[in-house]
Design a protein around this ligand. Structure first.
Ligand SMILES: Cc1ncc(COP(=O)(O)O)c(C=O)c1O
Length: 340
């Protein structure tokens, strides 16, 4: 099988404007740094012993934040871990999982590892899922909302109709939900087949720590607990996670800054003739007037600006550009004007 190819992480990262993997341009909360240093101590002695196996205190913090009992929460070593474990829990060899194309193609790789079958659903021009069956019998259906790479979000009403039509689990991957104003969290309470996954990689600026979580019925959480690595979150990650989730003011301000820059940048792109899909994430999908995404990607690359170009025929006309600081986006805009 072919493995998943993650976005490029250049070794000389500081010499690039890096807008290719939807990281946060701001550092994490200073309270995260304090908490990690405190956990480490001056001699690192805390690292001798294993961390909490259940990350129970984090389940409590996240439960309170999202309005669920801690028994409805599981913490993960990046949301990728919990996506993997969902497939391991629910889809055995030969069983089917479904997802939307284009969205996060890692679901397909994870399914392939399990020997599960993969069915993809395409999008209509108005971005609805095409030919979704009245009753979808696959074991899992993954819905990325806001969608990456396209940026649009589904309404809770639309997601609810999908939940009703799935006989297996509906996994709502809300990696980018903190930059939008919708969430499917209420549906977890209402439907026993809905799981919501979140990550701290984007909105909390902690991609380098590998932290994610899922909210689902306690029976589902119990199944996921059986499968995961017992010590899936290391001590430093647990310290960072608690501090990040609790610093609401810093979080709100960092997200608001990204959203404000996104709106400004999308408007400027439209002024220079790009077509831009309205985005609810920390990135935009935009196409140059000649529909040649690769040409513009190369032009930006020469100027040490890294964005994401997908060679897939459905996406090759455009680019996914993560939202950096206002200054980085001003430089990117001038480069795009220069490239023409
Ligand atoms: C839609 C989506 N889901 C999940 C992930 C994985 O996030 P994490 O860093 O928490 O593993 C990503 C990362 O880019 C993503 O785009």
């Amino acid at each position: 099988m072919a493995g998943y190819v993650p976005g490029y992480q250049p070794p000389d990262i500081a010499s690039w404007i890096k807008l290719n993997t939807n990281e946060n341009p701001y550092p994490p909360s200073p309270k995260v740094v304090e908490a990690v240093l405190a956990e480490l101590g001056s001699d690192g002695a805390s690292l001798r012993t294993y961390p909490s196996a259940s990350s129970q205190s984090l389940r409590e913090i996240a439960g309170e934040l999202y309005g669920f009992d801690p028994s409805w929460v599981i913490m993960a070593n990046g949301s990728d871990e919990v996506l993997n474990n969902l497939i391991r829990a629910f889809a055995s060899e030969g069983e089917e999982i479904g997802y939307v194309h284009p969205s996060y193609s890692y679901y397909a790789t994870l399914a392939e590892i399990q020997g599960a079958k993969v069915r993809t659903f395409t999008l209509s021009d108005d971005l609805w899922i095409e030919r979704f069956p009245e009753r979808y019998e696959g074991k899992l259906f993954f819905l990325t909302t806001p969608n990456s790479p396209l940026g649009f979000a589904y309404s809770p009403g639309y997601i609810e109709r999908l939940a009703q039509r799935c006989s297996g689990m509906l996994v709502v991957d809300e990696a980018y939900a903190d930059f939008s104003d919708t969430t499917a969290l209420e549906l977890v309470r209402k439907y026993d087949n809905v799981v919501v996954t979140r990550t701290l990689s984007k909105s909390y600026a902690l991609a380098g720590m590998r932290l994610g979580l899922a909210i689902a019925r306690p029976e589902v959480i119990a199944a996921l607990d059986k499968i995961r690595d017992h010590y899936n979150l290391d001590r430093l990650a647990q310290a960072a996670c608690g501090a990040a989730l609790l610093d609401r003011e810093y979080f709100r301000e960092a997200c608001a800054n990204v959203v404000a820059t996104r709106e400004w940048f999308a408007g400027e792109l439209a002024k220079i003739g790009y077509s831009v899909i309205p985005s609810s994430g920390n990135f935009v999908f935009a196409s140059p007037p000649d529909g040649n995404g690769r040409r513009v990607y190369d032009g930006l690359y020469e100027r040490k600006i890294l964005v994401r170009h997908f060679s897939d025929p459905l996406l090759a006309h455009g680019l996914r550009i993560s939202i950096g600081t206002r200054e980085e986006m001003e430089t990117t805009l001038s480069a795009l004007q220069d490239i023409g």
